[in-house]
Design a protein around this ligand. Sequence first.
Ligand code: ATP
Length: 676
Amino acid sequence: MSHPRIRRTRRIGGARTPGPRTPVLLAVPALVAVAFLLVPLLGILTRTAWGELGAHLSTPGVTEALRLSLYVSFGALGLSVVLGVPLAWLLARVRFPGKAFVRSLVLLPMVLPPTVGGVALLLGFGRRGLLGPWLESTFGVTLPFHASGAVVAATFVAMPFLVISLEGALAGLRPAYEETAASLGASPVRVFFTVTLPMVAPGLAAGAALTWARALGEFGATITFAGNLPGSTQTLPLQVYLLLQDEPEAATSVSLLLLAIAMAVLVALRGRWTGGANDHTQRGSSGIGIRSRKEPAEHVVAPDGATAPGRPEPKPEPEPEPEPQPAVTRQLVPLHAGITGFNHLTLDADPGTTIAVVGPNGAGKTTLLRALLGLTPRSHAALRLGDVDVSALPPHRRGVAWVPQDGALFPHLSALSNTAYGLRAQGASRAEARRAARAWLDRLGVGHLAHRRPAQLSGGQAQRVALARALAPDPRLLLLDEPLAALDQTTRAQVRHTLRAHLSGFGGVCLIVTHDPVEAVSLADRVLVLEDGRTLQDAPPAEVTRHPRSPWVARMLGRNALAGTATSDSTLTLADGGRLVIADPLDAGSTALAIIAPEAVSLHRTHPEGSPRNVWSGTVREITSLGSRLRVLLATDQGPGLVAEITPQAAADLGLADGTSVYASVKATEITLVRT
Ligand SMILES: Nc1ncnc2c1ncn2[C@@H]1O[C@H](COP(=O)(O)OP(=O)(O)OP(=O)(O)O)[C@@H](O)[C@H]1O
């Protein structure tokens, strides 16, 4: 039997379309819950003597209580900010023993009955409490029956809202933003005020508003700890309680006032503190600087910076790609680094050298960059850049610029301000920094986008801005972590072209982490292959391509690599199974890597006769196009997988498709041996 269901419709672009069905079993209790919350509010609204509202709210008692309530609530907010912001910071960012206990302590006032909180405050800060006598004798402060006592009571119950909200916002902020700011030369204090604070501002504002509203409505702890003295501690909620006994209509009017204030705060927050917060602030507080092309834009930032929720991002119009200008010649800075810890290697490079850092997942590529930046305790870099030993310097004083994988452009700043950031951090005036930033954006072909926010840039444009931002402060070392990984093929080729133009004019050393062989070969002067944190090979791209020192590198470069052990009769016994005839005999027992270019692998439908000495039977697993040629992946019956590269015409002649049985052959003379 099917359950009756309520059909819901939603509006998209003005038209109503059917939404998901709402199960009636959930809808009924949910509606009861809404009614349960609504009825008391309706009670206040219907029972309010609207004609006398003005008179009720303007009596001396009520205005005095209102004044006191504002004093207490703002006092509690101030105290909560002063004490709660550092506490939230420590909870979000610092590991320390007893953190779980401290977090429980912060939450305790939220679950404690307020009167119990008041009793606890009396026993802690009251005249006969633990600290009360000391406060009185040292500072002459007596908290109970005094407005300051009401502030303390309100702070006790309201501060958790601020701490929880801010801790959540700080924890959600990706470290890459602050780390990039440091790599651009910003001191920790500057990073806090220019990056951290603006990015957690929505969370902080939401926490502050809730703290204030909670303090405004505080009753139990206040009456227990500070008493109910008109003019000193009798706040609005206490007034309501008193009025209820003698003048219920006036109590209703004051309740309405408090209700209106509470609603105003919630409307102003628009769900930021609750679940909606993440949706609304994601791009601003923890969203990534460069968007994947597949990711839909939820908020469109208008040129004036205002966001328009829900409006789909306009389809980017194809723009003419301005030709990037080569970088201006900068200072010439060689590099010498000795890395210890997880990474263990020595690196020397002349000024202007570009090194592609490659290696399998977990090889230590990112750790190497972070060690050079001084951002990880996992590896330590003794680093000399030119004449300066920067090993002991903090990240912001090393002159090492970093472009993390997604660029990490600061979402709250325009492209121009992002690019000017490092120059400002180095002390340039605003006008000077903006002028230089503008020139860098022009040089990288994105000057016309200077006033856009990162959310309004395409992946390729954002990557260029990130590069301009890194180059503008004239770093002594440039670190790029997979700079083109998030881009599609066409954009990748364009940005690679831009990158090459700029790296050729860069006087420092540049390290590029990459998984892309084209990037490694086309951008770098040297390829540094890492394995388990150590150097496996460090050589020019041509040498690495010709003589890759591991199967991983060979495969990364698109070549076949078969590991084996030589036997006396010019054959290699392969580790994956089978034997390989080689042209140049090796000493028996020596191990080697046989490198075979995919173009050297011939495919046949019948067993080939004649000169090829190595033949495998197998099945086509996958055919992909590679420019004007096809790459055919084979699973051989003898063991090793092989990649062949053939023309589409040859594939058609052979009638190749996934699953076709074929023979693959390789001449012994086409095999390059690399001793391992
Ligand atoms: N903060 C950390 N704490 C402990 N181990 C870590 C930390 N960061 C990375 N590792 C470990 O250190 C090793 C090297 O990591 P790293 O991120 O440098 O590798 P990678 O070469 O950049 O890998 P990938 O190509 O996957 O990005 C890995 O084994 C990883 O699990």
